[in-house]
Design a protein around this ligand. Structure first.
Ligand SMILES: *[C@@H]1O[C@H](CO)[C@@H](O)[C@H](O)[C@H]1NC(C)=O
Ligand SMILES: *[C@@H]1O[C@H](CO)[C@@H](O)[C@H](O)[C@H]1NC(C)=O
Ligand SMILES: *[C@@H]1O[C@H](CO)[C@@H](O)[C@H](O)[C@H]1NC(C)=O
Length: 464
């Protein structure tokens, strides 16, 4: 009946070559393991939307069921409840408008050999997580990698929103009105590429859309090739270039985030360099005409390890409680997770390599305090997202989706709560905030009460 049961021990062993051999662990009472089971009717659920280069957009449901037959403790189950292929061959980013229950998916269309073009797909998502009324539009430039739902100046919060897109190759900024008609299409090519070989390959490469927290209609676009951040201004009618912020040469800015200090007196901007693997911190001031001014205040090693060329910082985000800055680091394999399989009365564990998530504490100086380095639960943690409460982190790796528990007061990540296989890199992860009754109970589950599914077993197909 119960064929396999998995447990997890997350270990960190920096700079150690990882073993693939099976070994036995001391006997652990069965009551400490939770079996995977189907969600019983009426159980509480929360939901995620996941995009993957396997070519899908998927609704994932987490269900906290009451006592399972195997344990008296509640169990977390995870399953895919809807999957759709209308986001094309290379779904690369998801944005969620929870108010209108609209999910936006960008198709990067990495393989252009078949003459297929990059697209933006809009899904209506029902209260049951099913997709309907899918609209597929062209993006008016190739290689879209990131997009944001936003309101330009003159568009009311109540209006149907606009959408802004960063294009990686070649670098473009495009903006769409509520009917997906292109409003602005601006080349990012304004200067010479940065000093590294990878930067020289491309003229310009937009990587993300970051909105000005001051709601002045300004949109920032980090450019990995040119070591700068473009600033655009959008109104209802038009978008135009407002300026650029230069980064140190060789940074390769990928993703960034604003942070407003708890007393709301100071604004900072932190940007992660995919090439330098440094986080550059800027203090941000606003001049009278609303323009943003950036003053460099800090440089931090994002990986917290001696630098290596394989490192490739991916995501950077502030925790929902505004206290921590979190980055995902690819290409280091500096940690491992033990994936344990139970067969009959015995079980054996296999050690799998993992990249890292690093958490820093924020304070009003803009200088980061290094906190925890923790396994991301797999290789290539490209996207991650915390739920609104901040006690679960969903991480998109090369092999699937991993859910890590997180202590909201310390900011520290903990055990893997659940995982789900995908056939290729998970590229976008968003929580459906409207269904949030699971997390309040999650923290009551002791750390060892986790179940775990084998992962990283399939051949990893794509380089990032
Ligand atoms: C990290 O580990 C994965 C899985 O074992 C492997 O495919 C990859 O090549 C490793 N990367 C580096 C940089 O060692
Ligand atoms: C902020 O953090 C930095 C880095 O840990 C530290 O040097 C500094 O003293 C802190 N400042 C305040 C005001 O807490
Ligand atoms: C979070 O960590 C603190 C300090 O270690 C601990 O007292 C608290 O119980 C933890 N919270 C949860 C939900 O585990």
């Amino acid at each position: 009946m119960i064929s396999t049961i998995y447990g997890i021990f997350a270990l960190i062993f920096i700079n150690q070559v990882c073993c693939a051999s099976f070994r036995e662990l001391p006997d652990v009472p069965k009551s400490k393991w939770i079996r995977r089971e189907e969600a019983p009717a009426g159980s509480k659920a929360t939901r995620l939307f996941v995009s993957s280069y396997e070519g899908t957009v998927t609704t994932v449901e987490l269900t906290l069921s009451d006592a399972s037959t195997f344990s008296k403790h509640p169990a977390l189950t995870i399953h895919k409840t809807a999957s759709n292929e209308d986001c094309g061959d290379s779904p690369t980013w998801l944005s969620w408008d929870s108010k209108r229950r609209t999910l936006y998916c960008l198709n990067e269309q990495i393989d252009t050999s078949k003459g297929r073009a990059a697209t933006l797909t809009q899904y209506n998502v029902g209260s049951d997580g099913q997709f309907s009324d899918n609209k597929i539009r062209p993006t008016f430039a190739g290689g879209p990698v990131h997009g944001v739902v936003f309101h330009p100046i003159g568009e009311d919060e109540e209006d149907e929103p606009s959408y802004a897109v960063a294009h990686y190759a070649p670098g473009y900024f495009t903006s769409y009105d509520p009917h997906s008609r292109v409003r602005g299409r601006l080349s990012l090519d304004v200067g010479p590429p940065g000093p590294t070989e990878r930067q020289q390959e491309l003229v310009s490469s937009g990587h993300q859309i970051i909105l000005d927290p001051g709601k002045q209609g300004q949109v920032l676009v980090p450019d990995l090739s040119q070591d700068l951040v473009h600033i655009f201004q959008c109104t209802r009618a038009d978008c135009w270039r407002k300026g650029t912020v230069a980064m140190p040469p060789g940074t390769g800015p990928r993703h960034g985030t604003f942070w407003i200090s708890p007393d709301r007196k100071k604004t900072f901007f932190f940007i992660g360099g995919e090439i330098s693997n440094l986080i550059e911190g800027y203090s941000v001031d606003r001049s009278e005409d609303g323009s943003l001014k950036f003053t460099h205040v800090s440089t931090t090693n994002a990986v917290q390890l001696p630098m290596q060329e394989e490192f490739a910082l991916a995501e950077i985000a502030v925790s929902p409680d505004n206290a921590f800055l979190i980055v995902s680091n690819r290409g280091n394999n500096a940690t491992s997770v033990d994936v344990c399989e139970v067969t009959g009365p015995r079980y054996a564990c296999e050690s799998a390599q993992s990249d890292t998530i690093v958490t820093f504490a924020l304070n009003g100086t803009g200088v980061l305090t290094s906190g925890q380095t923790w396994p991301s639960g797999g290789v290539a943690p490209r996207a991650f997202a915390l739920n609104r409460k901040g006690d679960i982190m969903a991480v998109g790796t090369k092999a699937g989706l991993v859910l890590l528990e997180r202590n909201v007061s310390t900011g520290k990540l903990g055990q893997i709560m659940a995982d789900l296989d995908f056939d290729d890199q998970v590229t976008g992860v968003v929580w459906d905030d409207s269904l949030m009754n699971y997390p309040s109970r999650a923290s009551k589950v002791p750390a060892y009460q986790r179940f775990w599914q084998r992962y990283l077993t399939k051949r990893l197909r794509r380089d990032w």
